[in-house]
Write a protein that binds this ligand. Structure first.
Ligand code: HDD
Length: 682
């Protein structure tokens, strides 16, 4: 039985099995199935002669190689994905007829791709950016795609501005710099001159833009969608993914250093967690609003730059998604998957959000160029698990062999089939919303308030989060060369709050505004990561040990950490095994030069020695860097001297001791607390 067949009853997995190929152990052949006798030397006229055109094996191999690349996604090029399952906790029949949301015993296969937005396919992963969070549900009624981000709002209100936004965000065209970064002139010029982006810019400058892990981010459908029940009654809905591990972030200095130390930090984290059986879990939340309440708010529910404060419209947790299987092949699955907000099932419908309306065009269009034609739905990763039949035919790469002579509707020769289904038979019938209006190119007046929710977001942040936002604007605008653009952004921030605009202006040499600021005093605690869940499990601790370590300081601590689900990784000055004073051997996973302090959630310098002089110096560097990133650190009494100052030694989150039960428990508690922001004031 193959590894994959063990995932029982996953219809997508079973379907993919037909397409998998294991090449190991087989004879090398051409694509025509011909056995190849030689693969190292091209066919030549004599040992030292020219290669012959006749060499079909060389030509086939080379041609295929020459065509290996396809265009990367214009946005969200860098992504990583995994398979999983979704289950609903209780039937949502009252609100929607979508079949996959009816029965808690049904597990719907899913494929989820996480991504950064701005960077190229090979860019670093811990850059400041929104993260894509796309889910394809392979339901029995067809594929349903929820193509969201880890932020609940967007930069613009109308899709016609999307090319402008992306042109401004991407590397500047004259020199293709900077890669995967918003810290440059054109981006901020766009923001200042398209002030509907003020709210999203706040999110982008917040800790949300530098997640600790894909496993620790929220996901949002962003737009207001509709749920429709069997009786045809509609509700407005916003979709949320809530990570079971809580929402956690990196700090900026750490994020930048990780970009160098491990540009694959997020995919590695996801991959390794799944391989280790620590399956990422996200609960599905919905905010519901009855159609009668459409105009109840001081913002427009169709405006994608607005969120519905969770305190006003509670998020109901309705199901759970578990990612439990890594891909077999990144190109075949992650790269070729084609998401589309227009892939819906009966019971889920759109609204007139002008951003959503434009997206409904763009996604198919982009797949045509990216995946080379109209048959991308036949690629294994994109195939629905239910049957599909229609009169679409031919085109590049067509795989289906449609039988029979009829490929049109209406017909008599095939008894007028394939035939549309009635609504009762599961046919998709669009929600019959009444619309009337004149053809105009304009923005509704109800979309004009750009600053109230930006201020709500600011109000809701904890003090460290506000400091991070000030620092992020100061960093990003500090990289902007145009003084005018810097000033324009500061002036825009003055519309939100002077608490932000003034310190940023001071940091970037702009004139601090004297008046301004939104009046909004409301706070939404759900927006602050200070209020998220904190767990120790799956956190990584680097345990630095040398030869001759004292087992009593190490073994019980490792044991306690692992019982709490924390993952200790042994670091030393060389690979192999290190030996304790009583002869216990521990395998070294990393050397001090192959890993980095920034790649761990905590560091424990657990003793032992080395003949390498740098051992203690490097250990001190690991500890002090973790300290500067507000992380828990632990040292043996002997190693306490490696901490830079006496103040550090008495700081919260610094555990000094000799490995007993209290020591281990304090370390677990410190890892559960994650960061010690008190150190910001030192
Ligand atoms: Fe988009 C990809 C999310 C607005 C046009 N988008 C893409 C992906 C995500 C999002 C997660 C990557 C999908 C994948 O993993 O393959 N996009 C969003 C969100 C938006 C949004 C949350 C606002 C609420 N997008 C948006 C607009 C347009 C597009 C307004 C154009 C009108 N997006 C695209 C695209 C992409 C894409 C060009 C590039 C690759 C792809 O579609 O498959 O069509």
């Amino acid at each position: 039985m193959s590894e994959h067949q063990k995932v029982n009853g996953n219809s997508k997995n079973e379907q993919l099995e037909q397409f998998r190929s294991k090449d190991e152990g087989h004879t090398l052949t051409t694509n025509q199935g011909l056995k190849v006798s030689e693969d190292e030397f091209s066919l030549k006229a004599g040992d030292r002669g020219p290669t012959l055109l006749e060499d079909f094996h060389f030509r086939e191999k080379m041609t295929h190689f020459d065509h290996e690349r396809i265009p990367e996604r214009i946005v969200h090029a860098r992504g990583f994905a995994a398979h999983g399952e979704f289950e609903v906790y209780k039937s949502l029949k009252e609100y929607t007829k979508a079949k996959f949301l009816q029965d808690p015993s049904v597990k719907t296969p899913v494929f989820v791709r996480f991504s950064t937005v701005a960077g190229s396919r090979g860019s670093a992963e811990t850059v400041r950016d929104a993260r894509g969070f796309s889910t394809k549900f392979y339901t029995e009624e067809g594929n349903y795609d929820l193509v969201g981000n880890n932020m609940p709002v967007f930069f613009i209100q109308d899709a016609i501005k999307f090319p402008d936004l992306v042109h401004a965000l991407k590397p500047e065209p004259h020199n293709e710099m900077p890669q995967a970064a918003s810290a440059h002139d054109t981006f901020w010029d766009f923001i200042a001159n398209n002030q509907e982006s003020a709210h999203m810019a706040m999110w982008l400058m917040s800790d949300r833009a530098i997640p600790r892990s894909f496993r620790m981010m929220e996901g949002f459908g962003v737009h207001t969608f509709r749920l429709i029940n069997e009786q045809g009654k509609a509700h407005f809905v916003k979709f949320h993914w809530k990570p079971v591990l809580g929402v956690h972030s990196l700090v900026w200095d750490e994020a930048q250093k990780i970009s160098g130390a491990d540009p694959d930090f997020h995919r590695r984290d996801l991959w390794e967690s799944i391989e280790a059986g620590n399956f990422p879990e996200y609960e599905l939340g919905i905010q519901l609003l009855s159609e009668e309440d459409e105009f109840k708010f001081d913002f427009d529910v169709l405006d994608p730059t607005k969120l519905w404060p969770e305190e006003d419209v509670p998020v109901q947790i309705v199901g759970k998604m578990t990612l439990n299987r890594n891909v077999d092949n990144v190109f075949a699955e992650t790269e070729q998957v084609a998401f589309h907000p227009g892939h819906v099932v009966p019971g889920i419908d759109f609204t007139n959000d002008p951003l959503l309306q434009g997206r409904l065009f763009s996604y198919t269009d982009t797949q045509l160029i990216r995946l080379g034609g109209p048959n991308f739905h036949e690629l294994p990763i994109n195939r629905p698990v239910c049957p599909f039949h229609n009169n679409q035919r031919d085109g590049y790469g067509r795989q289906t062999i449609n039988q029979g002579s009829v490929s049109y509707h209406n017909n008599s020769l095939a008894k007028n089939t394939p035939a549309p289904a009635t609504e009762a038979e599961g046919g998709y019938v669009h929600y019959q919303e009444k619309v009337e209006g004149r053809k105009v190119r304009s923005r509704s007046k109800s979309f004009e308030d750009h600053f109230s929710q930006a201020k709500l977001f600011w109000n809701s942040m904890s003090a460290p989060e506000q400091t991070h936002i000030i620092e992020a604007y100061s960093f990003e605008l500090g990289k902007v060369k145009s003084k005018s653009v810097r000033q324009q952004v500061v002036d825009m921030l003055a519309n939100v709050t002077l608490e932000l605009a003034v310190p940023v202006a001071e940091a970037i040499g702009a004139t601090p505004p004297k008046t301004g600021g939104s009046e909004v005093a409301q706070i939404s605690p759900a927006l602050s990561q200070a209020n998220t869940k904190k767990h120790p499990n799956t956190r990584k601790i680097g345990v630095i040990i040398g030869d001759g370590f004292d087992e009593d300081l190490v073994m019980p601590v490792l044991d306690t950490l692992m019982r709490a689900g924390i993952q200790p990784e042994i670091i030393s000055d060389k690979l192999g095994f290190i030996k304790g004073s009583k002869g216990t051997e521990l395998e070294v996973i990393h050397t001090l030069s192959t890993t980095d302090s920034v790649l761990f959630d905590a560091i424990y310098a657990a003793g032992g020695n080395s003949e390498h002089k740098k051992f203690h110096k490097d250990t001190a560097q690991f500890l002090n860097q973790a300290y500067s990133h507000f992380k828990p650190i632990a040292v043996t009494t002997e190693n306490a001297k490696l901490l830079e100052t006496a103040e550090h030694r008495s700081s919260p989150g610094v555990i000094i001791g000799d490995g007993g039960e209290v020591f281990a428990a304090s370390l677990v508690a410190a890892i559960t607390a994650h960061r010690f922001w008190e150190r910001m004031n030192e």
